[in-house]
Structure formats: structure tokens, C-alpha cells
Design a protein around this ligand. Sequence first.
Ligand code: SAM
Length: 232
Amino acid sequence: LFVDEPLREGAQLRIEGAPAHYLRTVMRVGDGDPVKLFDDRSGEWLAIGAAAGKRDLLLTVSDHLRPRETVPDFWLLPAPLKRGRIDLVFEKACELGVARIQPVVTRRTVIDKFKADRLRSAAIEAAEQCDRTSLPELAEPVALDALLDGWPADRALFFADEQGGVPIAQAVRAHGGPAALLIGPEGGFEDGERERIRATAGAVAVSLGPRILRAETAAIAATAVWMSVNGD
Ligand code: SAM
């Protein structure tokens, strides 16, 4: 369970609302039962449960189990997509171990409202599910031009392009170290954007095969390839 406050031995936390319902009713946590917590600062802790009232749960933090993990230095840069599809990208990117998710607004991006809170919840639930002890950094959306203007020279930039590019596994093997991957929106990148991206510090177009994948499929598949090569 993610707790948004620093954890330390002996701390007592009252868990309310949906998390308490999940722990008490679904997971059947009762008096004396163990619960694992993480705070995205100090790592993972063991806590002992005690029912508090009808619905809440009192947790007393006991042992430090694991330090906060370091994940591979990989940023996912997806264009915002419609609800459901972008939630899926955040969820799976978190499970796969990305360090940062930076939404990027391109010319064909059609989403005008970006629900950061909902997407943060999707990432938190994914982290809890897969036993991450750190959350990915979730950045505010940025325009493609602004992103490219400030691009750090020491980070490899890939962009997934359905019009073709280096096969992704090959590109990833050739670039160890800090990396980032741009994924276009439902309508893809415009030609002018492709040129602008290519002109940015050695950006490499990568291909995920001959079919045009849905944007969320491309984001998840490409991240999985990167993690399978460089993710240890
Ligand atoms: N219209 C569909 C949708 O609504 O999702 C397909 C969108 S596809 C043009 C969106 C993005 O996925 C592209 O800009 C590209 O970044 C990535 N993509 C899709 N298929 C790909 C492929 N075969 N190779 C590389 N990238 C791909």
C-alpha cells in the first residue's frame, strides 16, 4: 500500500476510505495482520493492522523491509490519449519500471483536459500491484517544441514511427544509458514534427513492425522491449 507521508519505525497511521475498505473487506486484514507499505522515500515497511471502528484500519509501522528501489533511467513520453487508453499507458509503464512519464502535446493531440490525479492513481495502483517501492515521476504535459528545445544532450531520444525506422530491439541495444521514447497520438506525428524530432540531438526513429499499432499498444510494447534489453 502506498502512503503519502514519510514512514518510520513505530509510526501509527489511520487508513480510511477506499484503501481501508480494500484492506479490511477484500484482503481481510484484521488485528495483528501484516501489511506492506511504501512511501516513495524510504522504501518498504512492514506494518501491523488493527481494526479501528467499523471501517478504518490502524497500522503500526514495524520493520524496514527494503530500501527505495532504483529503476532504469527510462522516460516514456506519450502523447495524451482518450480516457482509458492513457490510463492503461500509465498503469503499464509503471509496472514495466519506467522512471518518468512525461506527456507530450503534439499537433494532432486531441485531448484538452489532462486528468493528472486520475493518472497518478493509476500509477499508484500499478506500483502497489507489482511491488514497486518507488513511484514513477509524473510530469505535467509539455508541448513537443518546448520538450525538444530543452532536450538534454546526455539522454538518448527515440521516437516510435509507424512509417519506419530502426527495429526497436536493435536501436535499444545500441544505446545503453539514459533514454526516452516518444509515442505519437491517435493521428500520429506530422511530417514537420518528424523532421524537428530527427533534428534533435541524434533522435532515432524506431519501428515496432509493419503494422500500425494503437498508440497505447506502441507505448507498452516499446517500453517492454527497452526493459527487456536494458532494464536490469
Ligand atoms: N489510429 C490508431 C490509434 O488511434 O491509436 C493508431 C495510432 S499510431 C499512428 C500512434 C503512434 O503509435 C504513432 O505516432 C507511433 O508513435 C506509434 N506506432 C504505431 N505503430 C507503430 C509501429 N509499427 N512502429 C513504430 N511506432 C508505431
